[in-house]
Design a protein around this ligand. Structure first.
Ligand code: NAD
Length: 342
């Protein structure tokens, strides 16, 4: 094993934290990102600077190239030169609501881009492809908690449909080319250096500016918030666990989360959903400020509740998320107030 890991979407929220974690673990990390303008580019550049400083300080190997996974030739050049053993695909057009406004961005990055990643993984015989799926794939499901073995055939946004299509595309490559793939269904990941398009970030910014926050579905929403360090710790454990146990499929009880080929899907969530109004109270208490609230209807493409069944990942890597919402929000706010000099 050459310890070379390629992380796509390295300037993004999860990619940033994962790059630092894997650098610290002694991996040679090569990051790529197209640094698009979906949200504040400065935040992405600052994350990259921080990774670079961290790698220099600790005398570790880190390389970055601004590039787009949709551009296949450049991607192939990166695989050829860097020779990754493991690929972690986090590059995607994220966000549920934006997929109504700009569906093309999702088709490009999440479908064509992901197809290019799969092709490169096949051609360069990658040992393990780990890729970001999403809790959104559970769509209109009402059975809770959401299990990887539930049907996911009722997506309610194009974002969700592209993420589900990634899982299906990955299965094909696992079957046809014996490419080991693990899809991770993340549940509302939050923390320092987070994503400005997500509600915890928007609410914080608006509460501090004394602006009105919009509360969708009249507050009847729940989210299974997952702290970033619990996510990166899980990914590290999945990398270390490797692909040895991929063959445990029983045809007589064919379940969707695994297969006869080296294919796996895992939820990464907290398994403790928080009501939107309780979440806002946590923010208000920690900020010492009351939010001005406007209650409004459900947004198209959104789901009312997310709740992860984490029994599979718990068994697989002894998953044990350590950060509750109050602690995680304190850590996020400490960063936010310092970064934006509030
Ligand atoms: N944060 C969450 O709560 C969450 C939940 C479910 C799934 N996910 C998924 O996890 C992954 C990482 O999410 P994140 O929160 O870090 O999002 P993010 O938007 O912060 O990071 C994604 C990064 O990918 C880059 N990117 C987008 N299209 C690209 C392309 N074509 N080529 C190269 N780079 C490209 C963006 O510039 C961005 O920096 C995404 O695939 C996202 O869909 C995230």
């Amino acid at each position: 094993m050459n310890k070379n890991i390629l992380i796509t979407g390295a300037a993004g929220f999860i990619g940033f934290h994962l790059s630092i974690k894997l650098i610290d673990e002694g991996f040679n990390v090569f990051g790529i990102d197209n640094i698009n303008e979906y949200y504040d580019v400065k935040l992405k550049i600052d994350r990259l600077k921080k990774i670079e400083d961290h790698a220099k300080l600790n005398n570790c190997k880190w390389e970055f190239l601004k590039s787009d996974i949709v551009q296949n030739e450049i991607l192939e050049g990166i695989f050829e030169k860097f020779k990754p053993e493991i690929v972690i695909n986090l590059a995607a057009q994220a966000g549920v609501r934006y997929s109504i406004e700009n569906p093309g961005a999702y088709l490009n990055s999440n479908v064509i881009g992901f197809g290019n990643i799969l092709e490169c993984c096949r051609r360069y015989k990658i040992r393990h492809l780990i890729y970001a799926s999403s809790s959104s794939v559970y769509g209109g499901n009402k059975k809770i908690p959401f299990s990887e073995n539930d049907g996911v055939n009722h997506p309610v946004s194009l974002y969700a449909a592209t993420k589900r299509s990634n899982e299906l595309m990955a299965h094909t490559y696992s079957h046809l080319y014996n490419l080991p793939t693990t899809g991770l269904r993340f549940f509302t990941v939050y923390g320092p250096w987070g994503r400005p398009d997500m509600s915890y970030f928007i609410f914080t910014s608006k509460i501090l500016k004394k602006e009105t926050i919009q509360i969708f579905n009249n507050g009847e929403m729940e989210r299974d918030f997952t702290y970033i360090d619990d996510v990166t710790e899980s990914i590290l454990k999945i990398i270390k666990k490797g692909t040895k146990d991929f063959k445990e499929f029983n045809f007589s009880e064919a379940i969707p989360s695994i297969s006869w080929c080296p294919f796996k899907i895992l939820n990464i969530g907290n398994s403790s959903p928080v009501k939107l109004m309780d979440f806002i109270k946590t923010l208000e208490n920690n900020l010492g400020k009351k939010a001005k609230k406007e209650f409004t209807s459900m947004q198209p493409g959104d789901v009312q509740k997310t709740y992860a069944d984490t029994s599979l990942i718990t068994k697989f890597i002894e998953y044990n998320p350590k950060t509750n919402l109050d602690k995680g929000i304190k850590l996020f706010l400490n960063w936010y107030l310092e970064y934006y000099d509030k």
